[in-house]
Structure formats: structure tokens, C-alpha cells
Design a protein around this ligand. Sequence first.
Ligand code: ADP
Ligand code: MG
Length: 263
Amino acid sequence: IIVPECVNSCSGFLKGAVNALANILEVRGLAKSFGHTSVLNNIDLDVQEGSVLCLIGASGSGKSTLLRCLNFLELKDSGTIRIRGEAIEAKTHNLNKIRQKMGMVFQHFYLFPHKTVLENVIEAPIQVKGKNKDDAVNEGNMLLEKVGLAEKADEYPSTLSGGQKQRVAIARALAMQPEIMLFDEPTSALDPELVGEVLETMKDLAREGMTMIVVTHEMGFAKEVADETMYMHNGEIIERNDSATFFASPKEERTKEFLSKVL
Ligand code: ADP
Ligand code: MG
């Protein structure tokens, strides 16, 4: 009798430990209001290391605010955000360090217009991380190669297409060696013919095992690339499932209604 009990409790404990290790991000009860407007309401979210989570939902449902709370561009009102098991609080943690763990890519690129493509990529590693210039340049060139823009290193952003700009923005985020990449509608500002090249770059990243949270209206990408897809409505997570099940048989009425409009 003693032996099976021990095995049980041990395996339970080990399972817990493995889960804790596998979840790079754990959010519990996250809430955020702007004035009297509640924008995020009791959000629970687990993200496994190396997985891709797509976040979909109508405009105004709180997707951007959620991403911004995750990397502390907005401060949550309540709830906990754990990274690798460690609860992160604005009071006790250096938020600049935390933000370095989370690369963020925005709809509107935000490249420095007066810097070349390579200078855009090496700026933060040198200024924020104190990397020496030669190393930063070597890594920057490698990252530009990775996003297919090695030959644009010395060009200025204004000479690039939107898709190329966004790939530079991705390289720039990667240059900080983030543990998680957050994408907020990275292709929404692009002409349709330029969307594919950015999604391909993101797919490559996913294949390499980067942990990614992607807010997107590209349902094809969510279906094909995301391990899980999550639907948000009015600041709440309505439904979350592995992407195949999510799209093949959504369970909640509100999810069905949303998907019927966008698919
Ligand atoms: P989504 O990205 O899904 O379109 P957002 O997170 O941008 O949604 O916005 C959710 C709600 O929060 C919206 O009603 C928006 O107007 C409001 N909101 C977002 N940021 C702010 C802010 N800084 N101040 C006040 N209201 C905001
Ligand atoms: Mg948004």
C-alpha cells in the first residue's frame, strides 16, 4: 500500500514540476480598466515554451491591451503574470529587463527612419544590452540574412516595402534575444501581396521553436501555424482550443458568430 501511494504522489509532484517548467508564461486573473471602462476581465492564460498561440477577436476586444500588459507597456490592475514560474511585479522587478524577454512587433513597424536597416537592428543590443559593436553587427547581419534582407543592410527604411520593413522590425526584436515574441497584427497594415512574406518569416520562427503570441486576422495562419487559438470578446477569453479543433468545431456561440464573419 505504501509503495503505490508514494509512486502516486511522486508522479503527481513530477507532473506539476514538468508543467511548471513547460509553461513559460502563466497569467491568472489579469484585469485592466481605463477609467471606468473594464478592458480586460479575469484573464487566465498559459503559454507553453516553444508553442504558438493566436489571439483573435473583434476590434476593441482587448487584444492589444493584453499583449501590452504582458510586456508591461501597460500595468495591470490586478492578477498575476508569471514568467518561468516567477511572479513579475512592477514594484519589485526591473521592467526594462522583463521587456527584453518579450520581443514585440507592432502593426506599424516603428523603425527609426534616420537609421539604416542594420543600425535599426543593432541599436538596442548596443544601447540597452551594452553589446560591443562588432558582435552586434555580426549578429545583426545574421538576423537580416535570416529574414531575407541581408542585401538591404545599408538602406534606409523609406526605401523598403511594408513587408520588408516588418521583416526588419522582426529582426530588430530578435536581436534582443527574447524568450517570447509578441506580434500585434503584424500584417494588418500591409498591402495584400506583402502579407505572405511576413507570415513566412513568422512561420520560420515558429519552426525554430520560438514561443509566440500572435494577434492576427489571418485565419489561415492561425489554423496552419498556431498550436492553439483563442477568441477574445469584450475583454474576456471566450474560447481556447488547439487550432484544428477550434476552427473545425468551435463550441461557443460567440466564437461561431465571429468565425462566420471572418472565414
Ligand atoms: P483590440 O486590440 O482588440 O482592438 P484594444 O486592447 O486596443 O483592443 O482596446 C480595448 C479597449 O480598450 C477599447 O475599447 C479601447 O478603446 C480601450 N483602450 C485601449 N487603450 C486605451 C487607453 N490607453 N486609454 C483608454 N482606453 C483604451
Ligand atoms: Mg489591437
